[in-house]
Ligand binder design. Structure first.
Ligand code: AMP
Ligand code: MG
Length: 493
């Protein structure tokens, strides 16, 4: 006799595995999201849900939209706001999750552990004067740009969903409110360490250092000096990360120490943007008057932030202060070389160079210098070179470019790879499509004004496969028309 079929409703697949709450309670505050009136799911990242072992159909069910605004907490979650400080434009301030609540750590089918965080779910003890809320436009913007970065192969936090709250948030004007569900290796920042260090809280500091190292760099437990090894790996990861930003023309825009994650992921997509015309001084943020966070300054700022991180670790690095300082300085000094190596390797790949010659740096700088003078589009110049075309822009060939091009051709001839191999490598490193500002803005305008996400979906599809020319990205390859004026971004409140 056959058994009667048993029907159990599919579950979402949350597998919580918390650990942050075992740290000293000075590092967080228990808090629940503030319910909202009429939530609706704006967008769900089905591919990411699959990767996380979550059932997208269950997540998408209208009954479960409450999860994505915080009206209902998934069973087993452990909501908290994390404490952190941060150097903002050079000045140390107490911050913390003022408009974010961590639901906890989820275990994926591949054995990875990721933070699930709601951004915009209402006030927390760290909200200071703020409302703890976020607007739909900026949350969709973070969704688009973070997913674009992921598709470009750059370490980043990711976006699982954006849900509208059905309520207004008041900025310069009333805007539709929304909550972003952010997925990250962790949300531990340089600023998290600064919080503990500023309080001379050695116990929290040590617990936090051990927790973060164990979580992101478990193999370092066997190092002779694990705290020093942690500092060095942090320097290595950030030097690589920032080189990757530069190689695709990304400007983070607000590299405060609270926006630097020790996992080595790009975090906090506020005033970030990709540059069109190559200009090392590119700044998009409306409040970055001094150009502190300009495109070409990002390596120096990353190093500055890492120095603040190293300072927090001093008491753990060595019992003697002067020895601790020497170790920290050596680690921070290593940033320059590490960054140069990553950047040079990335630029060689962009130009189809497989081997190394000492003159490569000059060859690269000459091209960049020409691009700066021509205001050449960063993305399209490299892509056109990858198509084997000898003329990288529609502008008439000028003698300076011809000289450079000949030099590059000679350089290519001094390696054994065929032209096909060269171009294939270049196409893997030079994207056809990036999230261009005018196109992101157009998609966001339609989404926020008319609640029509068709353009957002189309843009996301194009950005999901950035290295292949395809009909999906044909309309997304052009820079903004020249009349556009200077593009300005605002901190994502
Ligand atoms: P951000 O510029 O997004 O990196 O945020 C810097 C700090 O301001 C963090 O501590 C945030 O939690 C806090 N913050 C930003 N927006 C709000 C808001 N609307 N309400 C409360 N806190 C906020
Ligand atoms: Mg931030």
């Amino acid at each position: 006799m056959s058994k009667p079929a048993t029907h159990t409703a599919p579950t979402a697949g949350w597998r919580w595995d918390h650990s942050y709450s075992r740290l000293p309670d000075r590092l967080y505050a228990r808090v629940h999201p503030t319910p909202v009136r009429s939530p609706s799911l704006a967008i769900l990242n089905r591919d990411l849900a699959d990767l996380l072992g979550l059932n997208a159909s269950v997540l998408e069910h209208p009954e479960n939209t409450d999860w994505f605004v915080g009206n209902v907490l998934p069973a087993g979650s452990d909501p908290m706001a994390q404490a952190y400080a941060g150097h903002q434009y050079g000045h140390l301030t107490n911050l913390g999750d003022g408009r974010a609540i961590l639901l906890g750590k989820h275990l994926t089918p591949h054995g990875n552990r990721v933070d699930i965080q709601l951004k915009g779910p209402g006030r927390t003890p760290f909200s200071r004067g703020g409302d703890g809320r976020a607007a739909l436009g900026p949350m969709l913007r973070e969704y688009i740009v973070s997913e674009a970065m992921h598709a470009l192969g750059i370490p980043t936090t990711r976006s699982l969903a954006v849900a509208a709250t059905g309520e207004l948030v008041f900025r310069e004007e009333p805007l539709p409110g929304a909550v972003l569900t952010r997925v990250a290796a962790s949300h531990i920042r340089v600023g998290t360490f600064e919080w503990a260090a500023a309080r001379d809280d050695r116990e929290s500091l040590e617990a936090l250092a051990n927790h973060t190292r164990h979580r992101h760099y478990p193999s370092l437990a066997d190092a002779e000096n694990p705290h020093l090894a942690f500092l060095n790996v942090a320097v290595e990861r950030q030097s690589e990360l920032v080189s990757r930003w530069l190689l695709v023309g990304f400007v983070h825009g607000v590299m405060n120490t609270d926006n630097m994650a020790l996992s080595g992921e790009t975090i906090d997509y506020g005033p970030c943007a990709f540059m069109d015309a190559y200009d090392p001084g590119t700044v998009f943020s409306s409040i970055d008057h001094q150009g502190r966070y300009a495109y070409a300054k990002q390596p120096r700022i990353a190093q500055w932030n890492l120095a603040r991180f190293a300072e927090t670790l001093l008491p753990l690095l060595h019992p003697e202060e002067s020895k601790a300082l020497d170790l920290a300085n050596a680690a921070i000094d290593s940033f320059d070389d590490r960054f140069k190596q990553h950047w040079l390797a990335g630029m060689r790949a962009k130009l189809g160079l497989f081997n190394q010659e000492t003159e490569d740096h000059t060859l690269i700088e000459q091209l960049l210098d020409w691009m700066r003078k021509q205001k050449a589009d960063f993305t399209n110049t490299f892509r056109q070179l990858s198509m084997g075309s000898s003329i990288p822009t529609e502008t008439p060939v000028d003698p300076e470019f011809s000289v450079w091009h000949q030099r590059w051709q000679h350089r290519l001839s001094r390696q054994p790879q065929s032209l096909d191999q060269v171009l294939a490598q270049m196409r893997r490193h030079n994207p056809v499509v990036i999230p261009r500002n005018h196109q992101v803005e157009e998609a966001l305008a339609t989404a926020t004004k008319h609640r029509d996400l068709a353009l957002v979906h189309r843009l996301l599809k194009a950005l999901s496969n950035p290295f292949d020319e395809s009909p999906d990205n044909a309309e997304y390859r052009s820079p903004a028309p020249p009349s556009g004026g200077v593009y300005r971004t605002f901190c994502g409140t």
